[in-house]
Design a protein around this ligand. Structure first.
Ligand code: UD1
Ligand code: MG
Length: 476
């Protein structure tokens, strides 16, 4: 295997000053996932986590907590004196652990999140084939400003003279188009031997890993560059919120493209916000401005209207969601019709062929096959059988101020409009609840329950009133 001689180091200790944020840079999210987790995922597709070393420092505890389950090693860089200093911490960590260092290191930046395994593999192969001490992954973006520039010995020769940081560029070098991606391969012995000669004589007063390139060249070592073959976004850094949002859009557009290639119709894909984890079956149609987040899976031939937000939600096939629903941690069966404007909260299970309509809220609710709650209802901690009809304005009163209580409604039951069902309460199969009832006791199967005062009608009341007090009818 090409990467068996490689360890992978991920530099993730920096603060991210240019973000103006309290959150460490590598925990900012694009595509629904922290920058660092994208980079670790790419690294893990090349080597096992036991060969990955993540260098953390700024808010190390939070960064560690976010990435702990990935199984990678963590190396502390308690003060952050630059990318060269980060590599010194790695060297010290390996020396202290008494483990033989891997022959080569692939070094990744925690803020270059779209990097793909195939590109990294090509870099490792090129590094080995060139027998180089250092191999730099480069790109030529439309605007190279802000990046370190890679200066080759001549034209397209693989050999590099040096990497020059933006602030150190001479007037002539300002137009140098080839950027350093912050991703490198090193022969470990060559890297570790030259880290101590780095000096902080630069604009940031830091030890730059990039200065190792010129050092190696001065010592007769081979330093080469490989221009990335992938789309340029793959190697761009996320140093500002604006740069991050650019990468987020690029990532989501590539997710949308993948889904469209799989038979999903996405109108105005640039308006949709779809996490890379989302799966969608063929012939499903997404109208503009849809958010599909987290572990959301959508079946085939569904139609998702505009302004729907679905998170960690599983849909069957042939589901129609009209616009403006908010749905989280919910499962939805085949042939269901939802919305517009429904709110399905965590723990909702909507059975096949059910209808949940406008201004209906469910929470921890099981709705059986073909049941309908079409207008203005709250179903909390509720189990509905099959083919139940919930009238407009029905409320399950599931909370007594201290605890939640369940409501169960049997198959084929009919709950009239504007009923309040005071839990715990059970309504039997095929039972009827009269409109505007307040139900506090269980209703047996096939019974009719009326929980309201009887209507009183007084014929001729208006004219009788006028005769007894004529001025009262003027409405003054
Ligand atoms: C760096 C490169 C630049 C390159 C760019 C690509 C240097 C000196 N410059 O610049 O040539 O074009 O990346 O994106 O390396 N970090 C640490 N410890 C530190 C400082 C930084 O772990 O002490 C980490 C950061 O968390 C970040 C990465 O190293 O993930 C790069 O640091 P950053 O400050 O973003 O460097 P750039 O200015 O982007
Ligand atoms: Mg950066």
């Amino acid at each position: 295997m090409e990467t068996s001689s490689f360890g992978i180091a991920i530099m993730a200790a920096g603060k991210g000053t240019r973000l103006n944020s309290r959150r460490p840079k590598v925990l900012h999210e694009i595509g629904g996932q922290a920058l660092l987790l994208h980079v670790i995922a790419a690294a893990r597709s090349l080597v096992p986590p036991s060969q990955i070393y993540c260098i953390i420092g700024h808010q190390a505890e939070a960064v560690h907590a976010a990435a702990a389950t990935t199984g990678v090693h963590f190396v502390l860089q308690p003060e952050q004196h630059g990318t060269g200093h980060a590599m010194q911490q790695l060297r010290e960590h390996l020396a202290a652990s008494n483990k033989a260092a891997p022959e080569n290191f692939l070094v990744l930046s925690g803020d270059v999140p779209l990097i793909q395994p195939a590109t990294l593999l090509a870099l490792c192969n090129f590094h080995l084939a060139e027998r180089a001490a250092m191999t730099i992954l480069t790109a030529v973006p439309p605007n190279p400003t802000g990046y370190g520039r890679v200066l080759r010995t001549s034209g397209s020769a693989p050999e590099v003279q040096a990497i020059v940081e933006q602030k150190a560029l001479t007037t002539d070098q300002l137009s140098a188009p080839e950027i350093n991606s912050g991703i490198y391969c090193f022969r470990t012995s060559a890297l570790f031997a030259h880290l101590d000669s780095l000096t902080p004589n630069n604009a940031h007063g830091e030890l730059y890993l990039t200065d190792v390139a010129a050092q190696l060249v001065a010592h007769g070592e081979r330093v080469v560059a490989l221009r990335s073959a992938g789309p340029v976004e793959e190697v761009l850094g996320a140093n500002t919120i604006e740069e991050m949002m650019h990468l987020d859009a690029a990532m989501r557009l590539s997710t949308a493209r993948r889904l469209m290639a799989q038979g999903v119709t996405i109108f105005r894909p640039e308006t949709s916000v779809i996490d890379a984890t989302v799966q969608i079956g063929p012939d499903t149609v997404l109208q503009p401005f849809v958010q599909l987040l987290g572990n959301t899976r959508i079946g085939a031939n569904c139609k998702i209207g505009s302004y729907n937000v679905l998170e960690n939600t599983q849909l069957g096939d042939n589901v129609l969601i009209r616009p403006n629903c908010v749905i989280a941690d919910t499962t939805i069966g085949d042939d269901v019709k939802l919305g517009p404007f429904c709110h399905l909260r965590p723990g909702s299970h909507i059975g096949p062929e059910a209808h949940i309509g406008n201004f209906v809220e469910t929470k921890n609710a099981r709705v059986g096959r073909g049941s309908k709650a079409n207008h203005l209802a709250y179903l909390g901690d509720t189990t509905l059988g099959a083919y139940v009809n919930i009238g407009a304005g029905t409320i399950t009163c599931n909370y007594d101020g201290e605890r939640k209580h369940p409501t169960t409604i049997g198959n084929g039951a009919f709950v009239g409009s504007n009923s309040t069902l005071v839990a715990p309460v059970a309504i039997g199969d095929s039972a009827y609840v009269a409109a505007a009832s307040c139900i506090t006791e269980d209703v047996p199967a096939a019974a009719l329950a009326l929980g309201r005062s009887r209507q009183v009608t007084k014929p001729g009341w208006v004219s009788a009133r006028k005769q007894s007090a004529p001025s009262a009818a003027t409405g003054d």
